[in-house]
Design a protein around this ligand. Sequence first.
Ligand code: DI6
Ligand code: FE
Length: 403
Amino acid sequence: MWDRLLIDCHVATMDPTVAGPFGAIENGAIGIQDGRIVRVGRRTELAGYQAQSVEKLDGAWVTPGLVDCHTHLVFAGNRANEFEARLEGATYEEIAAAGGGILSTVRATRQASEAELAEASRPRLKALMAGGVTTLEIKSGYGLDVDAELRMLRAAGALGASERVRVARTLLALHALPPEFAERRHEFVELACGTMIPAAAREGLAEAVDAFCEGIGFTADEVDALFEAAAAHGLRVKLHAEQLSNLHGAKLAAEHHALSADHLEHLDEAGAATMAEAGMVAVLLPGAFYALKETRKPPVDLLRRHNVPMAVATDCNPGTSPVTSPTLMMSMACTLFGLTPEEALAGMTREGARALGLQDEIGTVTAGKAADLCVWRVERPAELCYWIGMPGPERRIVAGVDA
Ligand code: DI6
Ligand code: FE
């Protein structure tokens, strides 16, 4: 006897071993026991099974819960003033060079307590959840000193513990150079490698380490040192790479067996090839592309040709991607970047999970995985990408429980 049996539904399993678009099983059924999917198949195949609760979904589509694998959700304040300045012609790099940009959020974040950070960020988390997110990654990176970085990670943990959502945490140790280290870059990188990483690892506050490899961020050599330290402390790595220029960050990330390289508008063929060899995920972030009015798109055809899995994420952050809708990102991934709706949905489910190293646990509707599901009142899965600003799923299920 299972806990739950969902019937009268169609299932976009997103499982590549299920033939056909979206790995779809029409007239399907899903058995759930102890928070996990125990069986998924056609209703007729599951006819003999019983459950405490048999629920008819009236022909709705069930997908994996959405996985937002790249966010900077925790921060204080906002940067609507810079939005106005950019509309008047200032560029993101000019604003950063004048002490705004990331550093403006750093000033606000340093002044906030852990509880204040959590409460300032909770509405954004609620919005993502309402849009269908059941797992998200949250990065630090607006503290840029040891205490404030750890405080951000604790706030992210507190959010995950108090809402029905899974949170994966990333120490974004090299995001921007704080002003007090302006003349001492080397010492800041040492602080990140020698103090921030060990502290985050020791307290179990992060699973991965990230950096911003860019002209206005950090050099490949600095990132290399950071990734060495991460490996020494048993943390995975990932990288903001090739967003505004090509510093060959994807190749560097591949050399360190990174989970993913993210943004990638300026990725070249050699970079794509090394990502494929390293089994990395390309995380595409159409919100930042849109908000910065970029014209250079990530090389989707190249990624396809090299069989690099593509994830799609919100990059929810106060500067370049003030986005709280996962389905809007799927829509933009199709319209702006040319993904198919199936690729976009895979990007927010299966490949998002892979980008977090959680591909065995979540990301597809497959027996054995956690029962993280969304129930959508749509006639076909492509509608999730077609509607612009659609309301979220009718139901969200996390670990087998309606959330
Ligand atoms: N790239 C981004 O898109 C965000 N961080 C990064 O390294 C932007 C962060 C911000 O502007 O606050
Ligand atoms: Fe980012």
